[in-house]
Design a protein around this ligand. Structure first.
Ligand SMILES: [Zn+2]
Length: 284
C-alpha cells in the first residue's frame, strides 16, 4: 500500500473551490443532464456560489445533490479531510478524535462518520475457489462468556476467500436457513469451503460444496489446508477495532462498522492509496 501524505492531500484539495470542482468533474466528467433543457448541456461555475449553471438556460445545479454531502453546512474540504483521516489508520479513529481534528461538534463528527461509512459497502459476485466460513459474536454490555450464545451479543457471519476478500454480516441468528443462502450468494458450488465443527454447516455437502472441517473442540486448529485462521484473523482485527476505538457499538450500527473494517481489509494490499480508493466511492 502506498502511503498518502497530508502534503499530497493539501496539494490535491487546497481550498473549498477546488474541492467543489473536483466533485463536479468526478460526478459529471462531461456534460450534465439539464432537467429544464431536457438534454445534456455544458455547465459553468457560478462565481462565489456552490452551484453550476446551464450554458443554455441558466438552470442551476449543485454537484453535492444526492451525495452524502447534500445539505451539509460542513465545508467539503472538511468532509474530504475526514475521509483522509479514516483512510490513514489501520484500526479506525473515534468520532471524538474527528471532532477535535475538524473543530466540529461531536454530533456532526459522528454523523460524518456514519455517512462516510455508508459508502464503504462492497458488492460481491458469486465466485469459485477456496473459502473460509465462520461465525462470531460481537458487542453486548456484559464482558460475556466465550463462545456461542453469549448473552447480549450479536451474531456475525463471515466469509473470506483465501487470498481474497472478506464479507461479514450481522444476523439475527446462525441457523442453517439464515447462513446457507448467504454462502450461496458468494460461493459457487464445487468450491472448497473450510469451517469449524458448528452444526449449521452440516448441510454444505448437500448444497454441492466441498467441505472440510477443523475440530476446534478437540484443539485441532490446522489439518492440512483445513483451517479458518484467515477469517479468525479478520475477527480479531474487527473486535480490536470496535473495542478499542468505538467502545460500545449499538446493534443498529454494527453493520456499518463491519463494512468499514471489511473495506479496509479488502483494499489493504491495493497499489492505490486507501484515501483515493475511499474517496472514489463517492459516486456510488
Ligand atoms: Zn438548461
Amino acid at each position: 500500500m502506498n502511503k498518502y501524505t497530508i502534503e499530497q492531500f493539501n496539494k490535491l484539495f487546497p481550498n473549498e473551490d477546488i474541492c467543489l470542482d473536483w466533485l463536479r468533474h468526478k460526478l459529471y466528467p462531461q456534460k450534465i443532464y439539464c432537467t429544464k433543457c431536457k438534454k445534456p448541456t455544458k455547465f459553468y461555475r457560478i462565481k462565489n456560489r456552490k452551484v453550476y449553471g446551464c450554458d443554455l438556460c441558466g438552470h442551476q445545479i449543485s454537484p453535492t445533490a444526492n451525495t452524502i454531502f447534500d445539505h451539509s453546512p460542513t465545508p467539503l474540504r472538511l468532509w474530504f479531510y475526514a475521509i483522509y483521516l479514516m483512510s490513514t489508520t489501520r484500526c479506525g479513529i473515534s468520532a471524538k478524535r474527528l471532532q477535535r481534528e475538524l473543530g466540529v461538534t461531536y454530533k456532526t463528527a459522528w454523523r460524518m462518520f456514519h455517512q462516510i461509512r455508508s459508502l464503504l459497502q462492497e458488492d460481491y459476485e458469486p465466485a469459485s475457489g477456496e473459502f473460509e466460513v465462520d461465525e462470531t459474536y460481537i458487542g453486548g454490555k456484559r464482558p460475556g462468556k466465550r463462545g456461542r450464545g453469549a448473552g447480549g451479543k450479536t451474531p456475525v457471519f463471515g466469509i473470506v476467500e483465501r487470498n481474497g476478500k472478506v464479507s461479514a454480516l450481522a444476523t439475527n441468528d446462525l441457523k442453517s436457513s439464515t447462513v446457507i443462502p448467504l454462502v450461496k450468494e458468494r460461493i459457487l458450488p464445487e468450491s472448497m469451503v473450510y469451517t469449524d465443527e458448528f452444526p449449521t454447516y452440516d448441510s454444505l455437502k448437500r448444497h454441492r460444496y466441498n467441505h472440510k472441517r477443523v475440530h476446534h473442540v478437540s484443539k485441532v486448529w490446522v489439518a492440512g489446508n483445513a483451517h479458518t485462521n484467515t477469517i479468525e484473523g479478520f475477527w480479531s482485527l474487527l473486535k480490536r477495532g470496535i473495542n478499542g476505538v468505538y467502545h460500545a457499538v449499538s446493534q443498529k450500527h454494527l453493520q456499518s462498522y463491519i463494512n468499514e473494517y471489511s473495506f479496509r481489509y479488502n483494499h489493504r494490499r491495493d497499489e492505490t492509496p486507501m484515501f483515493l480508493t475511499m474517496i472514489n466511492e463517492i459516486n456510488k
